[in-house]
Design a protein around this ligand. Sequence first.
Ligand code: PNS
Length: 165
Amino acid sequence: MRRAIFPGSFDPLTNGHLDIIRRARALFDEIVIAVLDNPDKNPMFSAAERRAMIEEILPEIGNGECAIVVDSFSGLTADFAIRKKAGAIIRGIRAVADYEYELRMALMNRRLAPEIETVFLLAAEEYSYVSSTLLKQVFALGGRVEGLVPTQVEKKMREKLAEKI
Ligand code: PNS
């Protein structure tokens, strides 16, 4: 059984994340989308909200041969991967700018859990500039984000913004 975790903040999940999940499906029997519970980072959505949003969208990804599940975690990604008996950690790379941070993280995770490989997948070019942080900024200032996040996420972002007004 080839199991991988796909850790991230997913605050919120973007079409770039979905693109990576779709690409990873062909490589693994099971992917655990691992939502980092990081209240100290003052996220837009709680870990429970992020998890629920991803679960709502999952049927659209179409599992195929690969089972996709959602979980949340706090603490070290390497520890979570070990707990899940995963053989790999999936990370998406958008552009060269991601590389240095991802390299440091992968090497640290390798030190913490030498038996777990980090697998980098390249996001589609059309999402190479899409990040959750940028999206939240654009959205909060009234910019359009359709096509960059699933429609369910856009709706939840609108509701969240309305709550604050
Ligand atoms: O979506 P993000 O914010 O780029 O994901 C970053 C994430 C969650 C993968 C990273 O911050 C992480 O692994 N955090 C958990 C704590 C940890 O393991 N830190 C050491 C990483 S080497």
